[in-house]
Design a binder for this molecule. Sequence first.
Ligand code: XMP
Length: 491
Amino acid sequence: MAATGEYLDPNKGLFAGSQALTFDDVLVVPGYSEVLPDNVDTTAVLGGIELRVPLISAAMDTVTEAPLAIAMAREGGIGILHRNLTPAEQAEQVDLVKRAQAGMISNPISLPPTATLDDAETLMATHKISGVPICEPDGRLVGILTNRDIRFCTPDEYGQPVTDFMTSDGLVTAPVGTTLEGAKAVLHKYRIEKLPLVDGDGLLAGLITVKDIDKRIEKPNASLDASGRLRVGAAIGVTDTAERADLLAQAGVDMLVIDTAHGHTAGVIEAVRTIKKGWPEITVVGGNVVTAEGVDALVEAGADVVKVGVGAGSICTTRIVAGAGMPQMTAIYECAMAARAHGVPIIADGGVVTSGDIVKCFAAGANAVMVGNLLAGTDEAPGDLELVDGAMWKTYRGMGSAGAMRGRAADRYGSGQTPGKHVPEGVEARVRYAGSISDLIGQMAGGLRSGMGYAGAADIEELRTRSRLVRITQSGLRESHPHDVAVMRDE
Ligand code: XMP
């Protein structure tokens, strides 16, 4: 890997001087390649988190809530839950993601033998689970009640204790430490769906389910924590940092992303310090910055990862309203050079509308890419589909738009600190319906792999350090798009 300042000459020339460039100004130069797109490795590591598909969903209220965060993690990326929510509501969203999939459920929800069938039904409906272990108050497992046991119960039986219906004789359990493979064999042998794990004293210590094993097999690239649960991040601001971090940490959040429009500020530096000191085990992302000095300041404060981009987002008006910002290719390049000296990864945030843009982010030095626009039209994004002019759309708005600034994340922007005096730095818009996250991420990751093939990069590190970018003219850009044809289908 090239050390700081050793970028290939074309890059140096490209980024030298005061002219800043963005996606459409450059292309990755095809180079000698021994790699095939199907064989490249797209894994990236951000602090303590490994992502097989280094794509991150934006912390925006029209993009990332639990359903999208679950889908992103299952595809190998990660979602960052927005913060236009109370700290308790946001922590609940973290909990939803964490409970969506597990290797072993280490704190299974249980009921005492005195609970009624009615209690069990309510509990299973609330938590969307199909069975519940029954334990004495001291934690000793006495049985398990599953949907199968109560399928044909009549209404008058709902007042009876769960012990009348649960399976207790011949209850199949396994010892603590049983692997998923071992559990699979037991589940198969006894044709059961849930396997409680018990310790030497017969106390319930965990639960392994067929559903979780199936999910593991179905999505082998999923981003998982040490307990086999999906990874999730959450946005955090500079006004209620400690309170929010505390609740999010209790819910099991993996990554805290300080979500501000201008991260090279005293407030953000202080927020990084606060989180790093109080919750050192959580990966802290500081941002957003676009200069080497900004990166230095956040890394010195303790940021594990730095997020890069000011005014590049498709819904942003910061550059128009404030006259400030940095075209994204130059921002990534400058910040990557500084971050490299610290051994810290960066996330490129904003402006990405094609898989080609994603490739360019990495070629300029990014370790991962955050996207909002690309995901806002998917099934899993919040909001309903709208039919306009014969096409399906979903709402997508900037977190600095007038509508979003009425929420709790208004302190993202300078003017947001003064309620009622907001100066919007984003628009409210809509984007085309984009289908499922799974299909979309498949397309984006496919484009990334293809770009790696052209660059001759076997992994993300090679793409970041070995690829060359060339600056293009407006004629080159015109040539890049379909031209001199009547396009009949643009998918
Ligand atoms: P894309 O291009 O994916 O960008 O839509 C998403 C990123 O844009 C940032 N963001 C904003 N920036 N005004 C801004 O200047 C806004 O209202 C706004 N809302 C989001 C944010 O970094 C996000 O990840």
